[in-house]
Design a protein around this ligand. Structure first.
Ligand code: NAD
Length: 252
């Protein structure tokens, strides 16, 4: 039976690259996103390439919307093997001026959305006796710049949620891991009319021990690995995929 990958925020950026990578591995792909134009575009593209895919307009912060999406996946594809909790937003602002409503919305989408989708997907995975959940956190869950309180808190929360859910769901055969991307260039992975060719300076590149900025494909490949049976003994972990940026000391 064809495996099924459910990807939130799969219409653009990292999620779009992951949708393509899972489809290339033979998965049926279910994309959830708030951007309808981009969502239908990626699904059209996957169909033209011979893949199996569906798009649904879903706000992952909304319980009814997430439940409709999961029901639709089961109706269309019959199972959920992988959930990639990828959709996320940021609202950077000086801390003393950050409106509480903005703080709440970032937490609602990034953290509550990750919990909500996982809770719904896990109820189906439990019946299958197997599943993999990949949560996209960030290196900003581990370290910060000024004015990133809401985003950093949401990503730190995702890391804690990852090990908590790994413990709760392990005996159902469900593994839960996080990936913390560093600087990933997504300009060329947006809706085609908005996509741009990325440009980086030598300084941008040299902040990374590997000598380049990351690409959405870098994260997509890490997702494929953590979802596969090759990672069968890995759960509750956070895989930092940042070209070494966060292990580099800076003396300037
Ligand atoms: P992106 O903005 O390019 O794509 C995110 C997608 O999520 C968009 O298509 C957007 O419409 C969708 N989305 C936003 N809110 C949604 C909601 N409420 N419900 C459903 N879909 C929603 O972003 P990206 O850079 O590809 O980031 C993807 C994930 O990776 C995010 O969680 C982000 O925090 C994380 N991340 C990105 C980077 C980076 O450098 N790009 C670094 C670390 C972590």
């Amino acid at each position: 039976m064809r495996k099924v990958a459910a990807i939130t925020g799969g219409a653009q950026g990292i999620g779009r690259a992951a949708a393509l990578a899972f489809a290339e591995e033979g998965y049926a792909v279910a994309v959830a996103d708030i951007d309808k134009e981009a969502g239908f575009e990626i699904v059209r593209f996957l169909h033209q390439a011979g893949g199996t895919a569906m798009f649904m307009h879903v706000d992952i912060a909304d319980e009814a919307s997430v439940k409709r999406w999961m029901n639709m996946i089961i109706k269309e594809f019959g199972r959920i093997d992988v959930l990639m909790n990828n959709a996320g937003i940021g609202k950077n602002s000086p801390m003393l001026e950050l409106p509480l409503a903005d703080f709440d919305r970032v937490i609602a989408v990034n953290l509550r959305g990750t919990f909500l989708c996982s809770q719904q997907a896990a109820s189906y995975m439990r019946k299958q006796g197997k599943g993999a959940i990949i949560n996209i956190a960030s290196t900003r869950g581990l370290m910060s710049e000024a004015g990133t309180e809401a985003y950093s808190a949401s990503k730190g929360g995702i890391l804690a949620l990852t090990h908590a859910m790994a413990v709760s769901l392990g005996h159902y055969g469900i593994r839960v891991n996080a990936i913390s991307p560093g600087w990933i260039e997504t300009a060329d992975w947006q809706l085609s009319t908005r996509a741009k060719k990325p440009q980086h300076s030598e300084r941008d590149r040299m902040q990374h021990p590997v000598g380049r900025v990351g690409t959405p494909e870098d994260i997509a490949q890490a997702c494929l690995f953590l979802s596969s049976d090759k990672a069968g003994f890995i759960t509750g972990q956070n895989l930092v995929v940042d070209g070494g940026m966060t292990i580099k000391m800076i003396y300037e």
